[in-house]
Design a protein around this ligand. Structure first.
Ligand code: 5GP
Ligand code: ZN
Length: 115
């Protein structure tokens, strides 16, 4: 499935729900988390609907590589200078709440809300 009409992040990709975008290309969108755990907290998502890491295969290796490598670039652009965290939650026990694959990238001075 490329687009799930009931998916929150697919709606953000489609512009049906507003977001504070920080990066966009033909495959990837990045925007600020609405409830940040850290002073800087962005979500990097594939534009195509992939529900979670459980659905990822080698076919997504380049996409995941691009998403991962975008993290440091965005942290730098957003003024994070002292380190950051990449987090991906998967499934109920992994604490995943939105069923559209997303990479959390968080930085900025501690203390943070979580993690
Ligand atoms: P998860 O728990 O699935 O790994 O993370 C979902 C994240 O999406 C949470 O950190 C939550 O704050 C964020 N989130 C949920 N709804 C929205 C929304 O409508 N807009 C934005 N920008 N972030 C959202
Ligand atoms: Zn989706």
């Amino acid at each position: 499935m490329t687009h799930d009409p009931n998916c929150l992040f697919c709606k953000i990709v489609a512009g049906q729900i507003p977001s504070k975008k920080v990066y966009e290309d033909e495959d990837i969108l990045a925007f600020h988390d609405i409830h940040p755990w850290a002073p800087v907290h962005v979500l990097i998502i594939p534009k195509r609907h992939i529900a979670s890491m459980s659905d990822v295969t080698e076919a997504e290796a380049v996409l995941l590589g691009k998403m991962t490598a975008l993290g440091p670039r965005l942290m730098k652009e957003l003024g994070v200078t002292n380190g950051f965290r990449h987090v991906i939650n998967t499934g109920p026990d992994g604490g995943q709440e939105v069923l559209h694959l997303h990479l959390h990238v968080m930085g900025g001075p501690r203390p943070w809300l979580k993690g």
